[in-house]
Design a binder for this molecule. Structure first.
Ligand code: IDP
Ligand code: MG
Length: 148
């Protein structure tokens, strides 16, 4: 099933110059970029994004971290895009993430884990709507689309 998923390079991902590496990996996998923007997240947006963690002890630090510098928002489309990207990002704790994943190859931290991705199709719809207007998402054909 073709799906859309929301992916974000966190402030450490941008600060460590890994945005290109992330984009290269998702493109090479066969996913299609359908939305892209950059911003320092306002606190309210950060709290809405991570609402499910509001009661966790690390919530305050997480909001400070995610608003501490520019982030890059992306929407990627493709077959089973949600699961594909979660696997490519790796486990939340970079130390536990498999080598070959973005977190496993480039991170050491639990909090500063470089990249976010939606954990389900429903979450993806909610997160895409938090960051993108309908007219900021692009519907277009790729010449290699029939191979994927
Ligand atoms: P996910 O990003 O792999 O979906 P979640 O459990 O949804 O992981 O947590 C959201 C984000 O909160 C993580 O990506 C990480 O940045 C941060 N985080 C999760 N657990 C901890 C923790 O125990 N300490 C500090 N930060 C955490
Ligand atoms: Mg999560």
């Amino acid at each position: 099933m073709a799906e859309r998923t929301f992916v974000m390079a966190k402030p450490d991902g941008v600060g460590r110059r890994l945005v290109g590496e992330m984009v290269r990996r998702f493109e090479s996998r066969g996913l299609k970029l359908v939305g892209l923007k950059m911003q320092v997240m306002p606190k309210d947006l950060a709290k809405a994004h991570y609402a499910e963690h509001a009661e966790k002890p690390f919530f305050g630090e997480l909001v400070s971290f995610i608003t501490s510098g520019p982030t890059v928002q992306m929407v990627w489309e493709g077959l089973n895009a949600v699961e594909a990207v979660r696997k490519m990002n790796g486990a939340t704790n970079c130390l536990k993430a498999e080598i070959g994943t973005i977190r496993g190859d480039f991170g050491l931290s639990v909090q500063n884990n470089l990249v976010h991705a939606s954990d389900s199709v429903e979450t993806a719809q909610r997160e895409i709507a938090l960051y993108f207007k309908q007219e900021e998402l692009w519907d277009y054909a790729m010449p290699d689309g029939h191979w994927l």
